[in-house]
Design a protein around this ligand. Structure first.
Ligand code: CMX
Ligand code: CO
Length: 140
């Protein structure tokens, strides 16, 4: 079952400048930087809500590190902006993806891959989700 919004993914050209915008404008403070080689991005998770129950939601700011990455392709076509939405699941992401895939939605990876902060992730094809690239997240 999908239980919450884990994060909104935002593609940007300059990670440091974009993080600074969110810090200065909204006062977000808790920044976690990471490189995900497999996904071809440098990223920063900025915490929005401190709920204390482990279900905080984040902005994921992502900058491509390779011209052939999915995000580089998307940025070249669309410019900066909202790239994907990620839902948290209360079960193994492989089981969640299998359930949703069984309803005819294309799941992008056969097996879950590494996401931010030790999470496991998969994606649903945007063309099967009314134009929204959708990520499934199983927290570490
Ligand atoms: N949101 C909505 N639609 C999107 C999209 C997005 N982020 N990315 C692509 N599309 C649409 C395109 O507009 C295009 O539509 P049209 O045919 O109508 O023009 C169609 O999907 C195909 O797009 P494309 O540019 O040809 O791109 P690809 O098919 O090569 O790749 C996708 C699309 C979704 C398979 C690829 O982006 C992917 O594998 N994404 C998952 C991985 C990812 O995005 N990683 C970065 C985030 C990492 C993280 O969150 O940790
Ligand atoms: Co994401």
């Amino acid at each position: 079952m999908l239980t919450r919004i884990d994060h909104i993914g935002i593609a940007c050209h300059d990670l440091e400048a974009t993080v600074e915008f969110y810090k200065a404008t909204y006062g977000f403070t808790d920044a976690h930087f990471e490189v995900n080689e497999e996904q071809g991005v440098r990223e920063c998770m900025l915490k929005i809500n401190e709920t204390g129950d482990g279900a905080a939601s984040y902005l994921q700011l992502i900058q491509p590190i390779r011209d052939d990455s999915a995000v580089a392709k998307w940025l070249a076509k669309n410019g900066e902006g909202v790239h994907h939405i990620a839902f948290g699941t209360d079960q193994a992401v492989a089981d969640e993806a299998a359930e949703i895939g069984g309803k005819g939605v294309r799941v992008l990876y056969d097996t879950p891959r590494k996401g931010s902060m030790g999470s496991l992730i998969n994606f649903l094809h945007p063309k099967d989700c009314h134009g929204v690239l959708t990520e499934l997240v199983q927290k570490a």
